[in-house]
Ligand binder design. Structure first.
Ligand SMILES: [Zn+2]
Length: 332
């Protein structure tokens, strides 16, 4: 049994300051990273605006914590407050966690999972005398500009003045803003939610509770993506944004990733990979009956190659909702 959800999307973000790294005097810089860009025959290195995976993971876990509180699923105090230091060392352990660590690694992981859905889904690393590690059940990486639209990417400093009564009191500041078609990729190891990982692989919570936690993980993804609720500086630099298109894949038995959305062919490439993977897995002496659902969403902003065999959702929320239906069907 292995249920895996993978989603890729192209997102237009204009005039965003979602991930800033430092201020030098009155100059606030946008995060940048080197990216190898194909140039027809070779590659060239470009420094482009990016949004880090840590930043996305922070927002996602905040949304999980919030939804959990509203649906009476347990979250620890630090995660509830948005401090994701998690159960990393003795100095942050609550009484229940102190008792659990005395009983060993398995008991500790179980107690943390039961008491905090954020650490159940997002993992933790206890670096005490007997380290306990739980790998995150979701994976995100840097949002980088789509390679086919990299020439339409820019970072530019915007001049601002904080107005005051006397000119001496006025302050000048510059904020770098980025504009690009960003790529977004997200994976969720559905099977691992609510399940121990240390030495015994068995459920840490009841079946009903596990289903609720899976639902929270997928609904939080939708809240984050369909409302662009990620990144910082949204109070005055809320970007002008649009999810251009997205593809979701739910695979059962062997995980299959949605292709990275660097070109508009990514949905077709995902479909091809799904077909070939199914065929490959079904042949030979080890025959695996791979079960895959795939759906996509497209806005009017970007024309995509025609897709006949894939289910089209009328909007992004509908796409994620369909993916959740498939996951629930496979789990129950
Ligand atoms: Zn927690």
């Amino acid at each position: 049994m292995m249920v895996f959800l993978s989603l890729s999307a192209r997102i237009l973000l204009n005039v965003e300051a979602l991930n800033m790294v430092e201020s030098v005097g009155n100059f606030i810089r946008h995060r940048r990273a080197p990216v190898a860009v194909p140039t027809g025959g070779g590659f060239t290195l470009k420094y482009v605006p990016v949004i880090s995976g840590e930043s996305l993971a922070h927002s996602y876990q905040e949304l999980i914590a919030d939804m959990a509180v509203k649906s009476a699923i347990k979250v620890c105090d630090n995660c509830r407050a948005g401090y994701f230091i998690k159960h990393s060392g003795d100095e942050v352990l609550e009484d229940w966690a102190k008792n659990a660590i005395k009983e060993g690694e398995v008991a500790f992981e179980k107690a943390v999972i039961q008491n905090c859905v954020v650490e159940d889904v997002g993992g933790f690393l206890y670096a005490g005398r007997r380290p306990v590690k739980r790998t995150s059940r979701f994976q995100v990486g840097y949002m980088i500009p789509a390679l086919d639209a990299i020439t339409s990417t820019a970072v530019e400093a915007q001049f601002h003045v904080r107005y005051a009564r006397s000119p001496e009191e006025q302050s000048i500041y510059n904020v770098e803003v980025g504009s690009a078609i960003y790529t977004f990729a997200f994976n969720l190891d559905v099977d691992g939610i609510g399940v121990l990982s240390s030495s015994k692989i068995e459920p840490a919570v009841g079946k009903e509770e596990r289903l609720k936690r899976i639902e929270i993980a997928i609904k939080s993804l939708n809240t984050m993506l369909s409302n662009a609720l990620f990144g910082a500086r949204r109070s005055r630099f809320m970007p002008s944004w649009k999810v251009l298109n997205a593809v979701a894949v739910v695979s059962h038995q062997i995980p299959i990733n949605a292709e990275p959305p660097h070109t508009k062919e990514y949905i077709i490439s995902t479909l091809k990979k799904v077909k070939l993977s199914k065929e490959f897995l079904s042949k030979g002496n080890v025959k695996i009956d791979e079960n895959v659902w795939m759906g996509y969403y497209k806005s009017a902003y970007e024309e995509l190659p025609e897709l006949k065999e894939v289910e089209e959702a009328e909007d992004l929320t509908k796409l994620i909702s369909r993916a959740l239906d498939q996951v629930v069907k496979l789990i129950t």
